[in-house]
Design a protein around this ligand. Structure first.
Ligand SMILES: Nc1nc2c(ncn2[C@@H]2O[C@H](COP(=O)(O)OP(=O)(O)OP(=O)(O)O)[C@@H](O)[C@H]2O)c(=O)[nH]1
Ligand SMILES: [Mg+2]
Length: 335
């Protein structure tokens, strides 16, 4: 199969595991709309999206700024179609590279054109006082995103109710709009995610389904594959190394039995190349193994993966570097 052919929405070849299967004739959608998922880096936005749609559509790691572009995924309820758009987290006041600037613009763009804004807040940051609520609110208003319709106070699995309740009441007092509702959730365990969905459903405008009821995400297979590899780079590499990595698909072949993928991992410095490869190739082998497991799970067939590491000096630092990567397909869909 040619590269261009893989640029098709995921709905064309779904994973064998059937997710969100609903029969179009049985369901009449009366409400539909787009919902921006915004919030600080690492708050659990992508974990929440994956939990809502029931499969991994957005990559997750413990490192900030894992998500780099908009990720659209759809959840159908009885009579409603909720179209979620995950975004890169706030970059904050740090000195920004060209890539950091791109993340910030994407974050703002995602929230500016949607029907609803869902702000995900990390309760651990507030309870452990790494960040005060005033700082969190100030950061939110500086981010240029419209006021949230719903706040999901995430990671509640980490604390007993007596720690969570004061945060909710403080949030309630300090939010500028009395229309904003707060839902404590755990994206990790799924606790209260149904409540969150009901609340969003109530706020959706009337309208027909905007996507077919079988569609889970509009991401191309190319992008989904490179993102799953990038997830392993974020999970398995340390310090600044993952932030200077990008993945480009070089070859995609498939038949009924398997998919064969060749992908290039870009790093910014010669010294980073050795760290990605590791002693006797051990790190790259581990990245490849974990990526293959995820790819096979998502695509529903065995995946054979070959990874190569190349240096593209300081690509993330300049607009020129970003543009070169964008053209090569190394920044994913929608960039
Ligand atoms: N305990 C706990 N951990 C969570 C929860 N949700 C997310 N996490 C963890 O928080 C970390 C960040 O999760 P992500 O979903 O990547 O966060 P994000 O907001 O998408 O981050 P960026 O893409 O970097 O902006 C990961 O280690 C997750 O496993 C939760 O409800 N409970
Ligand atoms: Mg994310």
């Amino acid at each position: 199969m040619s590269l261009a052919k893989t640029n098709s929405p995921m709905s064309i070849r779904k994973p064998k595991r059937v997710v969100n299967k609903m029969c179009s004739e049985e369901v009449k959608i009366e409400r539909s709309g787009t919902i921006a998922i915004v919030g600080p880096a690492n708050a659990g936005k992508s974990t929440l999206l994956n939990r809502i749609v029931g499969e991994k559509v957005s990559i997750v790691s413990a490192k900030a700024n894992t998500t780099r572009n908009r990720i659209l995924a759809i959840k159908n309820l009885d009579k409603a179609q909720l179209i979620f758009i995950d975004s890169p987290g706030f970059v904050g006041n740090k000195k920004k590279s060209a890539l950091g600037g791109m993340l910030e613009r994407t974050h703002q763009d995602v929230a500016s054109g949607t029907d609803l804004v869902l702000w995900v807040v990390d309760s651990a940051e507030l309870i452990n006082r790494k960040c005060t609520l005033d700082q969190t609110l100030a950061e939110f208003s500086k981010s240029g995103v419209p006021a949230p319709d719903v706040v999901a106070l995430n990671k509640t699995d980490l604390f007993p109710a007596e720690k969570i309740l004061p945060v909710i009441s403080e949030l309630d007092q300090k939010l500028s709009s009395s229309q904003t509702q707060i839902v404590p959730v755990s994206a990790l365990t799924g606790e209260s995610v149904e409540n969150l969905l009901s609340l969003l459903d109530e706020k959706l405008p009337e309208g027909p389904a905007l996507f077919s009821l079988e569609t889970v995400t509009d991401q191309t297979e190319n992008s989904r594959a490179t993102e799953l590899i990038r997830e392993q780079l974020f999970r398995q590499l340390r310090q600044e190394i993952p932030y200077g990595t990008a993945v480009i698909l070089e070859k995609w072949e498939e038949d009924d039995q398997a998919i064969r993928i060749h992908a290039k991992i870009l790093v910014e410095q010669e010294s980073h190349k050795g760290m990605v490869i590791g002693k006797a190739g051990s790190r790259l082998a581990s990245i490849g193994k974990a990526s293959r497991t995820q790819l096979s799970r998502v695509f529903g067939v065995p995946v054979h993966l070959k990874l190569f590491v190349r240096v593209e000096k300081n690509w993330s630092q300049t607009e020129k570097g970003l543009e070169k990567l964008r053209v090569a397909g190394g920044l994913g869909d929608g960039c």
